[in-house]
Every structure is written in structure tokens, then in C-alpha cells.
Design a protein around this ligand. Structure first.
Ligand code: ADP
Length: 618
């Protein structure tokens, strides 16, 4: 009998997540019927407790990484961006309006306020926001300091007073960012997003009119003009990102440069906290980045939401958010290994947390690793890993990273960039990953199950294969043997039907077997890292975006190198010059690097390698 995947929703929400998962054949966790740990995904709108991370079992995922409040709390974000600006300069970190945290920064704010006083006739406005509220609650605008009244911790930020307007209406962008992993940093941005409009015309003479100055849906849906047909905007207060792209195309701008700047905002913001987020391989997080574009087409970061709203207020919400959550579940890549949960609970074996709570004791960890059934069959890699573990000083990161390598391949499912002699790159891996962007995928599209409209738009399901040569764990083998495990995991059933499984196999067919080894030339030959898929449904990988950033993000984040690469890329996109002569993946030969990325944002995302130097031939 196939084991179902089980999801657990805190406080019974959000309904959209329930709907998507039930549609995919998941079961909802019921505390009366199931044991405390008998689930695969726990979804919470609020942060998890640290004990939740320490108790995680190998087949369990959480929808938040630990310690990300550094970007999701308004005051912490300000501090972190300030620190990055002080360390790396303001050339790249110039996307956040001048901000002060009150009451602490009051004197500094006063100095800045006075400095700007002579410009008051040019509408120097400030916006005051409580640090830990959302949905526009407690926000007000002011020009005169005597109107600044607050009774809790707030930030006061320069108000972007000349936003880009659509027929006189202000708007901002809600961009959905998935951090698949912080160690190594792996970031995806969804092609769909929301454009959120104010419902009254922008007017600096009425600063108290929230319907003209704030773009929060929670505010505007209560406004008097919400349902009115507004010029160009229409009724309601939301557009899809696709509709916005068409608007952009009618503007006389370098559209790709705008998208790249937004990409930069996301990467640079995540870099502020990435080194301090503990490694938790079984976590994934969906952030909502709010970006305002000014009249000169410069994007500004307003805030980062830790649990972007998944409520469905209108048809636009429905089409954007349903596709988003569907793709998010795909990105989490639930596979056969996750059905181990069911068998572990049947047999009461292997129910042990992923993390060693006492991370300061290396001996405990090593003995756990030895003792633990999750050790890999591949003795050589085990030996190397043990050597590494013995050498390590067992800082928290080191310990967890070492342990993570012993988890079932739920965390190590990407195709490898490796350099064994004689292995060549056929480009097949990339073709699978590219989905509808790859000609080679045509056959899959034709022979697979009927595609939904969402799939038609973003390509077929992308399946990452977990079963690489001899890398299954003893725990998996043991459990599968004991229970004659069926090959079916409901969530992946539809996708796998295109791959023809043998009846008695519970593993995925090894479609990467011939193509997973990527031949990397010259000094880069030592990298030997995993490359995350270039896109999964509407999610496009935005980090790492080339081999240099891949390398710079593996062991320890090399922020200066990453910034250099970002700057280089942005400069080239800005100049509008790209290498049109660059060959497509299908034409690449074995001795070339099979690593590319797409530029998130445009309707038909171009390959980033076009902006980098043409590759050197041997
Ligand atoms: P909340 O978490 O309450 O939504 P935001 O920081 O997102 O707080 O602000 C709410 C809205 O206020 C934004 O969607 C935007 O329309 C407007 N806003 C916020 N900060 C600025 C700013 N610096 N300049 C212009 N508009 C802003």
C-alpha cells in the first residue's frame, strides 16, 4: 500500500496550503489519530521554537528556517542593511530608503530632519511604521516633526514621494522568494507575483489618506473605491506580475536592468543574514519581498514578510498563489524517501532527530553517526566524511553540516558538478531542469500526463532524482526491505508516470546516471558541488547564478566575491550588451561547463551566461 505524505497546519491554516496538498493526495495530520512526530511537513504562520528544529526527523520539513527575523523584522532589517553598507559600501546597498529606529536613533533622525528642512517645499516626507506590525497597521506619514507621535518601537523612513504611477495610482510589487537552503545559499524567485495598487489617486497634499499612499490589500479592500473600475488599473487592487510585464514593455526602459536590480535586492538582502542562519537542511522558506519602483524606475526594498499572505481575496490571488504553492511543494521535492515516515512509525525504528541537540560534543555526534542507520553505503565517501568530521572543530554549523550529509537524500538531490576523468556532460540534466525551455523535453511533455494550465505556462513538473549511485542509506534499504515498500508516494505519482518504473522498485529511475557528472575545466575542476535545478515550475534559481557564486557559497559564504560577481553582471545587463553568439546548451561539447542560470523577471527569461565572457577553449 502506498504511504501518504502527511501535512500539519498550525492553527488549521492556511486553507490554500491544505487545498493544494489534499489535491496532491496528502493526508492532514490529526493529533487524535497520529503520533506527535508522524508528519512530513509542518506549516506555521509564526516562527517555530528552536526545539522544533532539534526534534526534526529526516523525513520532516518545516516552512521556516531558524533565525530569519534579521530581515523580517523592520528594525532588524534596517540594522543589517546598515551593517552591510558600512562594510561593503553603498554602491550595491543603495536600495533601502534612509531609515531610523526610534526611540534609539532619535537624535540622528533629528539631525537628518533638520538637514532636509530647506527642501520641505519639495515635499520631504517621512513614513512611520511600528517595527513588529504588518498589513499597514499603525503606519502614518508626516512632514512636520510635531506630527511624529509614537508609543512603541518604530522605524521612521524617508518616504519615496515620487513613485512610478499607473494612471495616477501608486503600486508596489510583492515578490515571492523561496530560500531552499541557507547552507549553501540557494534562492529561487517565482515568475508570478502580485502588483498591489492603492485605490485612490496619489496626492502629496493629503498625506493622511491611506487609500492613496499605502498599497496594502488589507487596507484597500476596505476603501470606498475598491470595486470601482479605475482607469487602467481596473476594479479591485491587484494585478499579476505577468500583466505588469506587459505594462513595462510599453515603457521606454531597459527592462532587463530593472529585473536584475530587483534580483540584486533579493540576493543582497539575504546575504545580510545568511551567514548567521543555522544550517537546517529540512527547512524551506517562502518570503514576500515588497518592492516599490520610483518614477525613475529605481526599485526600493520596503520590507520582507516572513509569512506572506496566502489568503484569496480575488481571482488574481487565486491564480498567483495556487501556482506558487504548487511549485513550492515541487521545489521541496518530496520523494520516496519521505514515505519512510510511515514505515518508521509502523516499525518504531529510525525515529531519531536529524540534529544532535548537544552540538558542542563532537564524540557524541560521531558516535551517533556511526551508530545511526543513515550511514551511507559508499564506504569511500563515508571515510572522507568521517575524516572531515574528525578534523572539524564542531562549531554548530560544522556539526550540522556533517550530520546533514548522512540524511536520506532528501537534502542531496541535485545533479553534481564533479570532475571524474572520462565523465562527460551531455546537457541532459539541464534539459530536464529547463522544463519547457528545453527542446529535449518535448518528448516528456508529449508522453506525460495532461498538463494543467499552470504547467503549460511554466513547463512540466521538474523531478529531481534522489537515487544516485550507491547513495541510498542503510535506513532506507532496511525499511524498504522490511515492508516491501511500494514505489508510490502520492505526491510524486503523477510526475513519475513519465519515467517508467519497474514494478518492484521503490526508487526513482536514475535519469541522471549518464548525465549527472559535469566536466568542469581548468582551475574550476576542484569545485565538485551540487547544482540546484535552474527552475522548478515558475520558480527560477537566482542564486547561485554562476560557477563563481556557486563556489563562493559552499563551505563559507564569500560575500565580497559574490558582490563582485553581482556588480559585474549588473554592469553588463545595464550596458545592454550580451553575447548573442553564445551557443545553446544542446550545442555545448563535453569540455564545457554545464552551469547556467536564467534572469528572473522577464517573460522569456534569458540565460545569464550571455553576459559573461565567452568561454575559453582548451
Ligand atoms: P506593512 O508591514 O505594515 O505592510 P510596509 O513597510 O510594507 O509595512 O508598508 C506598507 C505600505 O506603505 C507599503 O506597501 C507601501 O505602499 C507604503 N510604504 C512603506 N514604506 C514606504 C516608503 N518608504 N515610501 C513610500 N511608500 C512606502
Amino acid at each position: 500500500m502506498a504511504a501518504s505524505l502527511v501535512f500539519r497546519l498550525h492553527n488549521r491554516g492556511p486553507q490554500l496550503v491544505r487545498e493544494v496538498l489534499l489535491e496532491r493526495g496528502w493526508k492532514e495530520y490529526d493529533e487524535r489519530k497520529r503520533k506527535e512526530e508522524d508528519w512530513n511537513l509542518y506549516w506555521r504562520g509564526s516562527p517555530f521554537h528552536s526545539s522544533d528544529y532539534h526534534r526534526l526527523l529526516p523525513w520532516q520539513r518545516l516552512n521556516h528556517h531558524p533565525k530569519t527575523a534579521g530581515i523580517t523584522r523592520k528594525d532588524s532589517l534596517v540594522r543589517n542593511l546598515r551593517r552591510m553598507r558600512a562594510t561593503f559600501g553603498s554602491v550595491l546597498y543603495d536600495f533601502s530608503p534612509t531609515t531610523f529606529i526610534l526611540p534609539n536613533d532619535y537624535t540622528r533622525f533629528l539631525a537628518e530632519y533638520n538637514k532636509r528642512l530647506p527642501n520641505r517645499e519639495r515635499s520631504t516626507c517621512w513614513i512611520c511604521k511600528p517595527v513588529d506590525l504588518s498589513r499597514g497597521r499603525g503606519i502614518f506619514l508626516f512632514q512636520d516633526i510635531k506630527n511624529l507621535v509614537y508609543d512603541c518601537s518604530v522605524i521612521v523612513q524617508r518616504y519615496i514621494s515620487s513613485p512610478l504611477l499607473m494612471s495616477g495610482y501608486k503600486f508596489d510589487l510583492r515578490i515571492y522568494v523561496c530560500v531552499k537552503s541557507f547552507h549553501p545559499l540557494t534562492v529561487y524567485i517565482h515568475q508570478e507575483g502580485l502588483v498591489r495598487f492603492a485605490t485612490e489617486k496619489y496626492n502629496l497634499l493629503s498625506l493622511s489618506n491611506v487609500y492613496a499612499h499605502l498599497t496594502n490589500t488589507s487596507i484597500n479592500k476596505c476603501g470606498p473605491f475598491y470595486k470601482t473600475q479605475k482607469e487602467q488599473v481596473g476594479s479591485g487592487c491587484k494585478w499579476t506580475m505577468s500583466k505588469f510585464r506587459h505594462f513595462l514593455q510599453s515603457q521606454d526602459i531597459n527592462e532587463l536592468f530593472l529585473w536584475q536590480r530587483i534580483n540584486n535586492i533579493v540576493t543582497l538582502t539575504l546575504l545580510t543574514v545568511a551567514p548567521s542562519v543555522p544550517s537546517c537542511p529540512n527547512c524551506v522558506e517562502l518570503f514576500g519581498f515588497d518592492v516599490l519602483i520610483d518614477s525613475r524606475f529605481k526599485p526600493w526594498l520596503l520590507e520582507v514578510n516572513h509569512s506572506p499572505s496566502l489568503s484569496l481575496d480575488c481571482q488574481t490571488d487565486f491564480s498567483v498563489k495556487k501556482g506558487l504553492i504548487t511549485d513550492l511543494v515541487d521545489l521541496m521535492n518530496y520523494t520516496s524517501a519521505d514515505s519512510l515516515r510511515d514505515r518508521a512509525f509502523q516499525t518504531q525504528r529510525n525515529i531519531r532527530p536529524c540534529f544532535n541537540a548537544n552540538l558542542s560534543k563532537p564524540v557524541t555526534l560521531v558516535s551517533k553517526l556511526k551508530d545511526h542507520n543513515f550511514k551511507k553505503k559508499n564506504k569511500k565517501s563515508l571515510q572522507i566524511q568521517h575524516e572531515k568530521i574528525n578534523q572539524a572543530k564542531f562549531s554548530q554549523h560544522d556539526s550540522v553540516a556533517a550530520y546533514q550529509r548522512h540524511l536520506p537524500p532528501v537534502v542531496t538531490r541535485y545533479s553534481e558538478v564533479n570532475t571524474p576523468a572520462g565523465k562527460s556532460c551531455t546537457g541532459q540534466t539541464l534539459n530536464w531542469i529547463l522544463g519547457s525551455y528545453s527542446k529535449a523535453n518535448d518528448s516528456v511533455v508529449k508522453t506525460g500526463p495532461a498538463l494543467s494550465s499552470h504547467q503549460m505556462k511554466y513547463g512540466p513538473w521538474v523531478t529531481e532524482v534522489t537515487n544516485r549511485e550507491n547513495t541510498e542509506t542503510d535506513a532506507e534499504t532496511e525499511l524498504s526491505a522490511e515492508n516491501k515498500v511500494s514505489s508510490s508516494v502520492p505526491d510524486t505519482q503523477g510526475r513519475r508516470s513519465t519515467f517508467r518504473l519497474s514494478k518492484d522498485s521503490w526508487r526513482f529511475p536514475d535519469i541522471y546516471r549518464r548525465s549527472q557528472r559535469v566536466h568542469v575545466q581548468g582551475p574550476k575542476a576542484q569545485i565538485g558541488q551540487h547544482i540546484p535545478p535552474i527552475r522548478v515550475g515558475g520558480f527560477i534559481r537566482t542564486f547561485p547564478f554562476n560557477l563563481v557564486t556557486l563556489k563562493a557559497s559552499q563551505e563559507k559564504l564569500d560575500v565580497p566575491v559574490i558582490l563582485q560577481e553581482l556588480q559585474k553582471l549588473t554592469g553588463r545587463v545595464a550596458s545592454g550588451q550580451w553575447d548573442d553568439s553564445k551557443r545553446t546548451k544542446e550545442e555545448e561539447t563535453d569540455d564545457e561547463v554545464c552551469f547556467d542560470s536564467l534572469l528572473w523577471g522577464p517573460e522569456d527569461p534569458p540565460q545569464l551566461s550571455r553576459w559573461f565572457e565567452p568561454r575559453q577553449k582548451k
